[in-house]
Ligand binder design. Structure first.
Ligand SMILES: Nc1ncnc2c1ncn2[C@@H]1O[C@H](COP(=O)(O)OP(=O)(O)OP(=O)(O)O)[C@@H](O)[C@H]1O
Ligand SMILES: [Mg+2]
Length: 491
C-alpha cells in the first residue's frame, strides 16, 4: 500500500551568518513524513536536528539562510510562504512540543486559560469550514504564483526560454485562480446549506420560547390577581416563576447555536477538560484554575501537550520533549505521545540525541550527523541492523534503558560547521574509516527498499566490515529490553 506523505523535505541546505563566517548547519537533508507514523531524528548535539524542525515550523533565527531545498506541505513550499500564511499552519495544522515545558508556559496565567486560549483565538468555526474546503486549490494557486515570482527574478535563464516559461505559468495561474475561486464559492454554498436547515429550527425554537414566555406572563398575572393579598401563596407563586427556567433554556439554545458558528468559552472549557483527561492530568477541573508553578515537570509537559492538541493538529513535532524530565517521568511522557499518536492518527517527528529513547516510539529513524542524514530506515532496521559507523557509535553511547545512567559521549568531537570537511564528516572519529572517507562524501547506499546509509563501507569495492561484536551484544540486549517495553505498552 502506498503511504500517504504529509510532509516532504527535499535537499534542505541551511546556513547561519555568524561573526566567523557562514556556519553550515543543515546540508542536503531530505525525508518524507508519512501519515500516522512517528519519525525519529537522532543525533548528537549540534547535528542540525532543531534547525531542521524549526524550518518546518517556520521559526528559524533571523541570521538563517535557506540556501536551497523545499518543505512541501499541502501543495505549498513552507520555505517560501509569507508569515501570514504560516500563521494558519503553525500551531494549528502542525503542533510543537519542546524540551523545556517551564519556558513554554506563561508563569502568571492560569493553566486552564492557556489551554483554552488557542481554541478561542482560532474559533471561527464556520469560516474555517469554508476555508478548509478550498485550501488545497488555493495553495496550488499560491505556489504557482511564487514559482512565477522566482522565475521573474531568475537571472541565469536565457531570455527566450524565460519568457516562454513565464507565459506558461501565467496561463496556469489564471486557470488555478478560477479553480480556487470556484472551490471557494462551492465551499461557501455547501457550508451555508449545512447551516440553513439548522437555522430554521433555531428560529422556530426561539419563537416557541417567546410564545411560552408570553403565556407564562399571562398565567402569572392571572394567578396573582386571584391570590390578591395572601402573602404565603404569593411567595409560592414567586418561587415557581417560569422565567428563570425559560432563560436557562434560551441560553442553552444560544450556546448550541453559537457552537455551530464559532467556538464558545463554555465549549472551549469542556474541550480543555476533555483533552486534559486525555493527556493524563488528574482532577482537570481543579487543575484548570491552577498556575504552572503548582505543577511538576511531567505535569507541565502534559499541559504543553494539551495546548498543542487543542487545535487538533495533524502533525506534532517533539524536540527533545523528555530531556528535562527524570527517567520514570520520561517513560510516561513517551508512552503518552505514543498513545495520542495512535488515537489521533497523528504524524510525529520526534527529535532526540538518545537513540534509546525512541526504541519503543519510532516507526522510522533518521540518524543525523554534521547536518546530514547518514542513515535512515524502519526502527527495526536501524536498531537491529545498523550500517553506519556513526549509528554504531550512537548505540554504544546509549545507557541501558530504564537505568539512571547518563548517555556516554562518543569519543572525539563533531566537526566545526564553519568548515565542514569535504569527505565523510565522521571519518576522523571512525575507526573503520577508509581513505576515500577523507576525500569524498559517501552517497546514500541502499540496504533495503526502506533502509539507506551514507558510508563508503557499503560500497561494493570496500572491504567487508561486519557489525562489531560489542554492537551485536548491544543489539541483542536492546531486543529483549524493547520486547519487555512493548509488552508493557500493550496492556
Ligand atoms: N541562530 C544561529 N546562529 C548560528 N548558528 C546556529 C544558530 N542556530 C543553530 N546554529 C548552529 O547550527 C548547528 C545545528 O544546530 P541545532 O540546534 O540544529 O542542533 P541540534 O541537533 O538540535 O542539537 P541539540 O541536541 O544540542 O539541540 C549547530 O552548530 C548550532 O550551533
Ligand atoms: Mg536541538
Amino acid at each position: 500500500m502506498e503511504k500517504e506523505i504529509v510532509i516532504s523535505v527535499k535537499d534542505l541546505n541551511i546556513s547561519f551568518r555568524t561573526n566567523q563566517g557562514l556556519l553550515h548547519a543543515v546540508r542536503g537533508v531530505s525525508f518524507d513524513l508519512f501519515k500516522g507514523e512517528t519519525l525519529a531524528i537522532v543525533g548528537e548535539s549540534g547535528s542540525g536536528k532543531s534547525v531542521t524542525s524549526k524550518t518546518i515550523m517556520g521559526i528559524l533565527a533571523n541570521n538563517a539562510i535557506i540556501d536551497s531545498g523545499s518543505v512541501i506541505y499541502e501543495n505549498q513550499d513552507l520555505t517560501k510562504i509569507p508569515e501570514e500564511e504560516f500563521h494558519k499552519i503553525r500551531g494549528n495544522k502542525i503542533g510543537m512540543i519542546f524540551q523545556d515545558p517551564t519556558s513554554a508556559l506563561n508563569p502568571i496565567m492560569r493553566v486552564g486559560k492557556q489551554i483554552v486560549e488557542a481554541l478561542i483565538l482560532n474559533g471561527q468555526r464556520r469560516k474555517n469550514k469554508v476555508v478548509d474546503s478550498y485550501i488545497n486549490a488555493y495553495n496550488k494557486y499560491n505556489a504557482t504564483k511564487i514559482q512565477l515570482d522566482n522565475l521573474v527574478k531568475d537571472k541565469e535563464l536565457p531570455k527566450n526560454e524565460k519568457q516562454e516559461q513565464i507565459k506558461v505559468l501565467k496561463n496556469q495561474i489564471v486557470e488555478l485562480k478560477k479553480e480556487y475561486q470556484n472551490a471557494k464559492k462551492l465551499g461557501k454554498r455547501q457550508v451555508k446549506k449545512e447551516y440553513e436547515g439548522y437555522l430554521i429550527t433555531y428560529k422556530n425554537d426561539v419563537k416557541d420560547l417567546i410564545k411560552r414566555k408570553k403565556e407564562a406572563d399571562l398565567e402569572y398575572k392571572r394567578k396573582k390577581a386571584e391570590i390578591k393579598d395572601d402573602k404565603v401563596q404569593l411567595k409560592e407563586l414567586e418561587n415557581e416563576l417560569p422565567l428563570p427556567k425559560l432563560i436557562k433554556e434560551y441560553l442553552e439554545l444560544r450556546e448550541k447555536h453559537n457552537r455551530l458558528i464559532r467556538v464558545t468559552h463554555k465549549e472551549a472549557f469542556e474541550e480543555a477538560i476533555k483533552i486534559m483527561k486525555e493527556v493524563g492530568i488528574p482532577e482537570p477541573e481543579r487543575r484548570f484554575k491552577m498556575y504552572p508553578f503548582q505543577f511538576s515537570g511531567g505535569m507541565k509537559q502534559r499541559v504543553v501537550i494539551a495546548i498543542a492538541l487543542m487545535a487538533q493538529p495533524q502533525i506534532l513535532i517533539c524536540d527533545e520533549p523528555t530531556t528535562a524530565l527524570d527517567v520514570t517521568i520520561q517513560a510516561q511522557i513517551l508512552q503518552l505521545i505514543k498513545q495520542i499518536k495512535r488515537d489521533r492518527n497523528l504524524s510525529v517527528v520526534f527529535i532526540t540525541h538518545n537513540l534509546g529513547v525512541v526504541a519503543n516510539v519510532a516507526d522510522r529513524i533518521a540518524v543525523m550527523y554534521a547536518g546530514k542524514i547518514v542513515e535512515y530506515g524502519t526502527a527495526n532496521e536501524v536498531f537491529y541492523n545498523p550500517r553506519h559507523p556513526y549509528t554504531w557509535a550512537l548505540m554504544s553511547s546509549m545507557p541501558d534503558m530504564n537505568s539512571k545512567e547518563k548517555l556516554q559521549t562518543i569519543p572525539g568531537t563533531p566537526p566545526n560547521m564553519l568548515f565542514p570537511p569535504k569527505g565523510d564528516a565522521f571519518a576522523v572519529r571512525n575507526r573503520y574509516a577508509l581513505k576515500i572517507d577523507y576525500e569524498e562524501h559517501p552517497p546514500l547506499f541502499k540496504v533495503s527498499d526502506t533502509h539507506y546509509a551514507a558510508t563508503w563501507l557499503l560500497d561494493p569495492r570496500s572491504p567487508e566490515i561486519p557489525i562489531p561484536e560489542e554492537i551485536k551484544t548491544r543489539i541483542a540486549f536492546m531486543k529483549t529490553e524493547v520486547e519487555k517495553l512493548r509488552g508493557i505498552s500493550h496492556e
